[in-house]
Structures are given as structure tokens and as C-alpha cells.
Write a protein that binds this ligand. Structure first.
Ligand code: PRT
Ligand code: ZN
Length: 286
């Protein structure tokens, strides 16, 4: 029995960089030597396996790895018995149906009797069944977007992010089947040690995430406006107020959430706040 948590991440592809970055932001030092199959962190009990994304669900289900980072699209397609621990906010895309752009499209019914090329046959067949559409699924392993132009299929089901691949291949998106992002998955029967390391990792991931959504704000306020200004600032508990050399003014420090940010700034200015500074927060522990 090992006393480490084994995490599987994509070796090289769209999720690799962000997966490593996430671990790094959690303070975990990983030596990512090229062509390595696995490595250990020097300052956290974690071992990292670099794999193809398609293999990650199986490895985690079998317990070869304890946890893994994959796209929800892969997780659903592989249909393994795993626990979805967290959504990670990167690798966002959608799995969509697309057809040649010159064709008319009114509803999903237009796909009845058609041939659809995809690498996502499990998700697609479930979707078609739910929509009561009978179509022929052609499972292919890549370059799905060229299938209509070479006469292999009438439509495709593939991942889309910017839409430029569809566009350059003369296709248009007609239905979104699934919205996907990278997720953290875990084996359903983690050992006690592994579970406690995972809890530590999740604690750090939360601190990083909270910090990303929050800004530290510093401003100068006339003392006679302090009450009004403090009411605008939510703060973690309450804002910090420090006297300035000019006895009629104070410096006010607080934290604000990104999504309320501009609204708060406008209100602060209206109440006479000056010299407003906004700085990023690296970690935030509540
Ligand atoms: O070698 P390995 O099997 O590990 O990698 P892979 O080639 O299977 O996967 P990779 O690296 O391409 O993608 C990994 C994961 O990134 C996917 O499973 C998704 O969860 C996520 N992701 C996010 C995407 C995209 N965006 C994406 N745009 N995966 C693929 N694409 C492809 C799509 O298939 C299409 O060919 O990009 C093209 C469309 O992009 P746009 O921007 O032109 O619309
Ligand atoms: Zn893959």
C-alpha cells in the first residue's frame, strides 16, 4: 500500500497545461520531464501519471490511479463507475451536431434516417434515443469534420469551442448535446489515506478558486463618508480602516467579488472614494 494519492492527467493535449497549472497553484511542485510516464511531487504526497485522456476513466475505475482530470465529454462517453468530485472551469467546449451549411434545418427531426459521423457514439446514441430520432451512427476515430465533404456522413457530432473548425469545413452547428469542461473524478472506494490527501488537495483548490473570483481593494475615503462607503463594501468580516496622515481622510481595505466589482466601484466613486487600487489575491482561506 502506498501512502500517496495517484492522480492521472492528460499527457499532452488541451487539458495538460491547465491540469499542471492547477496543481502548481495548489503549491504542489511537479517535475514535468518530457516523455515521463509518471512523476512525484517533492512537497506533497501525490504521484502524477501522464496518460491519454481516453484512458483516464478506466485507470481511475480500476484503481491504478485514485483520481483523474478529464473532460466531462470523455467521462460520459466512457461511462465508468466514478465519482465526480469537482468541476474545474477550464477545457470548456460543447458537443454539438453540425450539418453542411447550405442545408435547411428546422428541428432535430430533420436528422431522421441520416448518417452521423462521430467519435462520441455512446453519448450520441443516448441523445438520439431520448429525442426519438432514428439515425445511423458512423463511429470514426478522428477528423470527424471532413466526413460530410467526403460523402461519409450527412451530419457530424463533435466538440466545438470557437466554431472555426466547423466554419472552415463548411458546416453549421444545429444542436448542442452537451456542455463540457474539465472535471476531477475519483475512484469510488478510496483508501483512508488517499481520501485524506484528496481532502487536503480540495481544500487548496477551493482557496485558489475563491481567490480567483475575488479582488483586494484599497481606497482613500473622507472620514465623513466612511459609514456610507463601508456599507457598500461587503468584506470578509468588515473592512479594515486605517488613518491617513491627513486627519480628515482614511484608507479603507476590503475584498470584493469579481462579478460585483464594477457596480461597487461606481458606488464608491459616487460616495467620494479616491485613489482606488484593485489587486489580485493569490490564495484565500476563510
Ligand atoms: O492524446 P489524447 O487522446 O490525450 O488527446 P485528444 O486529442 O483526444 O484530446 P484533446 O487534447 O484534443 O482534448 C482534450 C479535451 O479538451 C477534450 O476531451 C475536451 O474535453 C476538451 N476540449 C475543449 C476540446 C476542445 N475544447 C476542442 N475544441 N477538445 C477538442 N476540441 C477539438 C474538436 O474536436 C474540433 O476538432 O477542436 C476542434 C474544434 O475547435 P474549434 O475551436 O475550431 O471549434
Ligand atoms: Zn483522446
Amino acid at each position: 500500500m502506498t501512502n500517496k494519492l495517484k492522480i492521472a492527467i492528460q499527457k499532452s493535449g488541451r487539458l495538460s497545461e491547465n491540469s499542471l497549472k492547477l496543481l502548481k497553484e495548489c503549491g504542489i511542485d511537479i517535475d514535468n520531464g518530457l516523455n515521463k510516464l509518471k512523476t512525484e511531487a517533492s512537497n506533497f504526497p501525490i504521484e502524477v501519471f501522464f496518460l491519454r485522456d481516453d484512458d483516464i476513466p478506466q485507470y481511475v475505475e480500476d484503481g491504478v490511479a485514485d483520481i483523474g482530470i478529464v473532460g466531462e465529454n470523455v467521462l460520459l462517453e466512457k461511462n465508468k463507475n466514478l465519482k465526480l468530485v469537482d468541476k474545474l472551469g477550464f477545457g470548456k467546449c460543447r458537443l454539438s451536431l453540425a450539418i453542411p451549411k447550405e442545408q435547411n434545418y428546422k428541428s432535430i427531426k430533420d436528422l431522421n434516417g441520416k448518417r452521423i459521423a462521430t467519435t462520441y457514439s455512446i453519448i450520441l446514441s443516448k441523445y438520439l434515443k431520448a429525442q426519438k430520432i432514428k439515425a445511423e451512427i458512423h463511429e470514426i476515430s478522428g477528423s470527424v469534420e471532413i466526413a460530410p465533404s467526403i460523402g461519409l456522413a450527412d451530419a457530424i457530432c463533435d466538440l466545438v469551442s470557437s466554431g472555426s473548425t466547423l466554419f472552415t469545413n463548411g458546416l453549421k452547428e444545429v444542436e448542442v448535446i452537451l456542455k463540457s469542461e474539465a472535471v476531477l473524478v475519483a475512484n469510488k472506494k478510496l483508501g483512508k489515506t488517499q481520501q485524506s490527501i484528496l481532502d487536503k488537495l480540495l481544500f487548496r483548490m477551493n482557496a485558489v478558486r475563491k481567490a480567483k473570483n475575488t479582488k483586494y481593494i484599497l481606497l482613500n475615503a473622507p472620514n465623513n463618508k466612511l459609514d456610507a462607503i463601508c456599507k457598500i463594501l461587503p468584506g470578509m468580516k468588515s473592512p479594515t480602516i486605517l488613518p491617513l496622515a491627513d486627519k480628515d481622510w482614511s484608507s479603507v481595505h476590503s475584498v470584493v467579488e469579481e462579478n460585483q466589482f464594477w457596480e461597487i466601484i461606481e458606488k464608491l466613486k459616487a460616495e467620494g472614494a479616491q485613489g482606488i487600487l484593485v489587486v489580485p489575491i493569490e490564495k484565500m482561506i476563510l
